[in-house]
Design a protein around this ligand. Structure first.
Ligand code: PHE
Ligand code: CO
Length: 296
């Protein structure tokens, strides 16, 4: 018999919230969503969709529509999977919370995307410190229909398995790449800069801030530069990196990273807000409102 799906969340300790990891793959317990859960989805869906007009990359909303995602109800993974499997061969799997790194990489390497089954509570509409169903489904899943991005995600998973065997420093470099692309990436389009990062599109405040604010840097994507740059987990980013296309991302990450990790081990990391001489600067941030400490 299958035990009930759990909602595994960060635990509050005397050192603040600490992440809790779980490895179980479950069936999405769709029947257990309450009316309040569906309302939370509807509120967030409508709010973000309005905000993302002219802000998100166009394939983002297009693909949500191809999936048939709507405000009406929390989507069923089985419905999304029919579209996804027929298009790029990815499969969504339901999980209870954060996965250990290697488990996460192995799923991606096999074109399985883990989605947290539970949705945030109404008092967490604007922020929660860990991924939930809204972040994962609304934020990450749409671009899995894009063939190039879908391949990038798989290559990232393979790269993660490899980096885990090389060591913790390699993993730090690789994690920064994920952070500044998959989670907080911007893309340059003929209409201007647009959002493609899941961490941004699932956040009301950051969807506005990343494009409209004079405070953050916006800098052209450069693989090794990104892999050296520390980041923020509890505030908006100080720097966003801009790709020209998903092909650029794929091409830049195709080479074997093993010699790159070795080279970067000898170089200092870069603070989240720094601008370097060689950077292609779209905008040099004013730095207004930045906290001095807390780069990871
Ligand atoms: N080419 C990388 C490696 O050799 C793998 C990778 C691809 C990593 C895409 C991230 C993104 O490790
Ligand atoms: Co995410």
């Amino acid at each position: 018999m299958q035990s009930a799906a759990q909602r595994v969340e960060h635990q509050l300790t005397d050192k603040g919230y600490v992440p809790v990891y779980t490895t179980r793959v479950i069936e999405q317990p769709w029947e257990t969503y309450t009316a309040e859960d569906h309302r939370t989805w509807a509120t967030l869906f409508q709010r973000q969709r309005e905000l993302l007009v002219g802000r998100a990359a166009k394939e983002f909303v297009e693909n949500q529509e191809r999936f048939g995602m709507s405000a009406e109800a929390i989507p069923k993974f089985s419905d999304l999977n029919r579209v996804l499997e027929a298009t790029t061969g990815w499969t969504l799997i339901a999980v209870e919370g954060l996965l250990p790194e290697l488990t996460f990489f192995e799923h991606l390497a096999n074109r399985r995307f883990p989605v947290t089954w539970w949705i945030r509570k109404p008092e967490q509409l604007d922020y929660l410190s860990e991924p939930d169903l809204f972040h994962d489904l609304f934020g990450h899943v749409p671009l899995l229909l894009n063939p190039v991005f879908a391949d990038y995600m798989q290559a990232y998973g393979c790269g993660g398995v490899k980096a885990a065997a090389i060591g913790p420093e390699a993993l730090v470099n690789l994690t920064r790449l994920y952070w500044y692309t998959v989670e907080f990436g911007l893309i340059n389009t003929p209409d201007g800069l647009r959002i493609y990062g899941a961490g941004i599109v699932s956040s009301k405040g950051e969807s506005i801030y990343c494009l409209d604010s004079a405070a953050p840097n916006r800098i052209g994507f450069d693989l090794e530069r990104v892999m050296r740059t520390r980041y923020r987990i509890d505030t908006y980013q100080k720097t966003y990196f801009v790709i020209d296309s998903y092909e650029q991302l794929m091409d830049a990450t195709r080479p074997d990273f093993t010699p790159i990790y070795a080279r970067l081990a000898a170089e200092p990391s870069i603070a989240a807000g720094n601008v370097l001489a060689g950077d292609h600067v779209f905008q040099r941030g004013s730095g207004e409102g930045w906290l001095a400490d807390g780069d990871v």
